[in-house]
Design a protein around this ligand. Sequence first.
Ligand code: ARG
Length: 465
Amino acid sequence: MTDSKPLWSGRFAQEPASDLLRLTSSIDVDMALLPYDLAATKAHARALEKAGLLGTEEVFAVADACDEILAESSAARLGPGPRDEDVHSFVERVLTDKLGETGRRIHAGRSRNDLVATDFRLWCVDAATSLKTSLGQLIDVIARLAEENVGTVMPGYTHLQRAQPVSLGFHLAAHGFALTRDAARFEAARRAADVSPLGAGALAGTTLPIDPSVAAAELGFSAGFANAMDAVSDRDFAVDLTYAAALCGVHLSRLAEEIVLWTASEFGFAHLDDAWSTGSSMMPQKRNPDVAELVRGRAAPAIGDLITLLTLLKGLPLAYDRDLQEDKAPVMATVSRTLGCLEATTNLLVSLEFDREVLARAARAGGAWATDLAEALVARGMPFREAHERVGLLVRGLETDDKAFGDLSGDELVAYDPSFSAQDVSLADPIKSIQSRSQAGGPAPDRVLEQIAALRAVADSLRGY
Ligand code: ARG
């Protein structure tokens, strides 16, 4: 085993303080970058070969050793030692253990500054891809549930007060569209990460004849860096990914909140499956929506991680500063939580059982017909403000008489106000109500089917169909 001095020990007469490594090490977090560090090392070996700085045999030896390191680490036969400061030091030490002189040549024209940015970008590209796939699964489930429920009426809400009848399909599709925008943001974050910083060196390139485009192509990046200083200091891609995840978390929290409400006995719109509910340690009757609550709650650390990252970058002088080491933990934590929340939400939705009768009863109650009635008067020529007033008076009269609009006969309705017509009592039917709101983007079943087709197209492309 090679002497595991720090990579930078040459200019120091004394050993670092024993606590220094403990305080500066990032290995607990950045071992997650191992596959990417190995890929970047193989790619850099190719670039060194093209530059005449490494023999072809040596490049193969590096590639084989990198593959071994990955296999041995995955099998837990190899791991960082107490003096490995970060994943990059670990890989270089093990390569040198395995290859001797060749291992000691690998870091030429390269710095941990461009290396860590490369590793992290590759990690973010893969993370964005996984997030898109998971989103595709969730959007697909939403589309399926929405399709089953284009005719399931329920109240639509504003201010959490019953507003106008909608269908459950229309309501679920609304959540689906928010998620399609998240998918577009993850794709934008993926593209932002898809630029190779390798070859930028510490901040200003190298005197060695290394062509950065060689490693960029080896690693499958779409482009190379335009400016070496920017390449080592740019973490916009990480902010983009974290922002996309935080907003996705916010969207999931809104859906989760509705699941909490819908499954509360006060609403009774849906029932939680045994497998996806939790009990109480004290109250035997409880069936709790903990999964939905946790999805709602986990938007909080995602927002926090976004703030952490932005605060970390604020005022940071160019180019690399060690503060940047703190970038990975928040991004990785948020990505892993978001993947978990997407999976949990998908499972939860599949397991929800909606109570169509309760939904329909709620859609009939609470004056959800009132806007349609006012619009019927408008269609017959009355100015909207007057129609609004007359329907308002009817609502008040019904309240005083303790009557429901749905129970009125045509004659009784006209007795309240002769501007109404006897057929207007049919407006109490929420199915009719949604059918007659048939403009593009509206809740009419045919329109919702169009919306579902649009959601499906996104879900299919996210899942690679
Ligand atoms: N562990 C460091 C990080 O994550 C690697 C770069 C260290 N560079 C340096 N000049 N000390 O940022």
